[in-house]
Design a protein around this ligand. Structure first.
Ligand SMILES: O=C(O)C(=O)Cc1c[nH]c2ccccc12
Length: 710
């Protein structure tokens, strides 16, 4: 278990028949999996499905009781490979990850499982990280579903629909021997709601039953000649079976006035249904509960489309608006094909009226729908409006909040050290990696030239064969175990690569929510942790390896980096820079501290501060740190105009600002303060005496200064 416990959520998973389950969308999925009798679950954490992995990681007792195997997979590729268990055996299994990045990583195993097909229901839960809150490239999982011919579910964002999609998804998978993808958008994952629970089901056939009765079927293995048969089977058997299941079980939904055939309609991806309804509500065309004036065909299954349903919906319509987020517009293309094949005279309007790129929020849909209505149904169309979401002055007053390192983050000093070294040896090409350390790219560090994927920092620098100056490759401990050890370090050794590899070991997969990984120092009852990165590096032949156990020691960081950049030793230079993720550390320490305070115990905390009188206001400390607690305030001296540096109360006492001042010989204005709560009697007395002495000296100095003032 990582430093945050999900015991409360785990308790929700035990809800039985008829009980109301309330929680997040992604938590509803966890419950739906158990209600569906899954035999195994795997996955790799990442926003927005980290919660699913975290909750299952803490649900050991419940999963054991139900005979469900759970695994925190090494990567999405290994998670997808787990689905192999459903190929030969009637085992239901689910895996989860962040898409589209995780699907990229998983695609080798995904193609294999999709080719051979499955006996037990196989579900891939993809957290679709697209749109305004996203941290990754804007692509669509849809393309993967299409290329491998896996069915893509995109349920309406409400908990009951999501739970139904999971339950029916397994049935669809089994009815068509095809893996099914469940697309969970960011907003669907994090919305809260409720549904009526059912009992959890112990799988009728478990993974141990399968292990005890191994079966094989050459026809299911991707190897000639079976691989050619798989393609035919996909088209002739699995495809029609999939279509029939979706149609017969009415997975897609119809809303709106069915008694009045209308000349216009809307076809919407299930995941966009809420936004679409809100847009219609704003235009006075629907109520908040989904009663709509316009016929609406909601695609809870976005791939494949059901030709008969499309034909029926479009038959009497002049024009239909397709709400399909992202591009290319696969659904729009397919709808045009189906309309043509059905010889209908219905216009499919999509990206010509809706934006080609970006999230389809209610606001965006409202604008597009307005355009569509003005052209095809002017009697109910809203007047043309100029939409300026925020009046200009307000928009200007909202401060930007670029992503950055947390207060006290142990990764910050590493980049401070790099910045200091940059002063000595000039700029270097830096290959960045996925993880919190990616924030080095932004101000104040401005370090990092590219990022190519998770654990690919080292590989991203592999074209650099320096004679003069070495490239630096960054990798987090998460990326290291995800694939970086083999794809980066081992191959750098193999290819006699001279790159300096900086492995940032903060003890967790921090960027994805602080999960444990093989090198985590946290004790974990269910996993084997404490496997040192240095040992792994040496295991693949790394010779020059240094482990630094305190990243806040800027001098040691800078000196080790300098040595790595200049040493004559050949082969990759690997620095493992260790200090615990501050977020996880605080999660562990704060409750203990709060309890101690409550119990009246003596608690000591450290804070850093800036002496306003000494601060010159040049702010170089801020430029070498970027700590959110390090800010500015008006200069208290009326004769000096520059604002002075200031440490606010969010400081966790990591000491970086002090270390920076020291290593960079910057500034003597930083001081360390010890905050003592519930001090002892002697301590109080000592504080009173030293306070009185200080006051005396200060007042004496003030008097002297006053005497010389004019
Ligand atoms: O959790 C996030 O936001 C991440 O970007 C981390 C992540 C998890 N799995 C990945 C696969 C490829 C690239 C990034 C990730």
């Amino acid at each position: 278990m990582a430093e945050r416990s999900f015991k409360h959520e785990v308790k929700k998973l035990t809800a039985g028949e008829g009980e109301t389950f309330t929680g997040e969308g992604i938590l509803a999925v966890t419950k739906a999996l158990l209600q569906s009798g899954v035999a195994y679950i795997g996955g790799y954490q990442g926003s927005p499905i980290s919660h699913l992995m975290d909750v299952f990681a803490d649900a050991n007792d419940l999963l054991e009781e139900l005979d469900v195997h759970f695994e925190a997979s090494a990567s999405e590729a290994t998670a997808a490979a787990m689905l192999a268990a459903s190929v030969n055996y009637p085992l239901r299994g689910a895996v989860a990850w962040k898409s589209v990045v995780g699907t990229n990583v998983a695609s080798d195993a995904l193609s294999n499982v999709a080719s051979g097909g499955v006996t037990g229901g196989a579900m891939i839960i993809v957290g679709e990280d697209y749109g305004e809150g996203s941290s990754i490239m804007q692509e669509r999982t849809h393309a993967f579903a299409m290329k491998s011919q896996m069915w893509l579910l995109d349920p309406r964002p409400n908990l009951t629909s999501i739970v139904n999609a999971v339950e029916q998804g397994f049935q669809l998978s089994e009815a068509s021997n095809t893996p099914v993808m469940l697309e969970m958008r960011v907003r669907s994952c994090h919305m809260t709601g409720s549904f009526i629970a059912k009992d959890n089901i112990r799988p009728a056939f478990t993974v141990s039953d399968a292990a005890e009765n191994p079966t094989r079927d050459l026809d299911r293995i991707v190897l000639p000649p079976a691989n050619f048969l798989h393609e035919v089977e996909k088209i002739e058997k699995r495809w029609p079976a999939g279509l029939a299941y979706v149609r017969d079980n009415k997975l897609n939904e119809w809303f709106g006035p069915d008694t009045h055939p209308s000349e216009i309609g809307i076809i919407v991806q299930g995941g966009l249904y809420n936004n679409c309804n809100r847009a219609m509500e704003l235009l006075g065309l629907a109520d908040a509960f989904g009663t709509s004036d316009i016929p609406l065909y909601c695609l809870n299954v976005t791939y494949p489309l059901i030709p008969e349903e499309v034909k029926e919906f479009c038959a009497d319509k002049k024009a239909v608006l397709v709400l399909e987020e992202g591009q290319p517009e696969f659904i729009e293309h397919e709808l045009n094909t189906l309309i043509r094949r059905a010889e209908l005279d219905c216009k499919i309007i999509g990206k010509d009226m809706m934006p080609r790129a970006g999230e389809y929020s209610a606001q965006v849909i409202r604008a597009g729908l307005g355009k569509f209505l003005r052209r095809f149904a002017p009697d109910i169309a809203p007047a043309q409006e100029s939409s300026d979401p925020l009046p200009a002055p307000v928009a200007q007053e909202i401060p930007q909040r670029p992503a950055g390192f947390c207060t006290g983050c142990p990764e910050r000093p590493i980049f401070t050290a790099m910045k200091l070294l940059e002063r000595e040896i000039g700029p270097t090409h830096i290959s960045a990696d996925i993880g919190c350390h990616l924030f080095s790219i932004l101000p104040p560090f401005n370090l990092g030239n590219t990022t190519m994927g998770y654990g690919l920092g080292s590989a991203g620098a592999s074209a650099f064969k320096p004679t003069g100056k070495r490239a630096i490759a960054i990798m987090g401990d998460g990326g290291f175990w995800h694939n970086g050890l083999t794809s980066g370090i081992s191959n750098a050794v193999f290819n006699k690569d001279d790159t300096v590899n900086l492995v940032i070991d903060n003890g967790y997969s921090a960027a994805t929510g602080g999960q444990d990984i093989p090198s985590s120092r946290a004790k974990n009852a269910n996993r084997v942790t404490n496997n040192p990165i240095e040992k792994a590096v040496r295991g693949v032949g790394g010779q020059w390896v240094r482990t630094l156990t305190r990243t806040y020691d800027i001098k040691a960081m800078r000196d080790t980096l300098r040595e790595a950049m200049l040493t004559k030793t050949k082969g990759p230079k690997v620095i493992v820079a260790q200090s615990e993720c501050m977020l996880n550390k605080q999660r562990r320490e704060k409750p203990l501290m709060r309890k101690a305070l409550k119990d009246g115990q003596r608690v000591e905390r450290e804070r850093f501060g800036v002496d306003s009188e000494t601060c010159t206001g040049d702010h170089s400390c801020i430029r070498l740190s970027g700590c959110p607690s390090l800010s500015i305030k008006p200069n208290p001296d009326p004769l000096r105009q520059h604002p002075v540096a200031h440490v606010d109360n969010s400081c966790v006492g990591c000491g970086l600002c002090g270390e920076v001042s020291h290593a960079a010989v910057l500034c003597p204005s930083f001081y360390k303060a010890k905050l003592v709560s519930n001090p002892g009697r002697w301590e109080k007395l000592r504080a009173r005496i030293s306070g009185a002495v200080i006051r005396f000296i200060q007042q004496r100095d003030d008097r002297k200064r006053l005497a010389r003032a004019f």
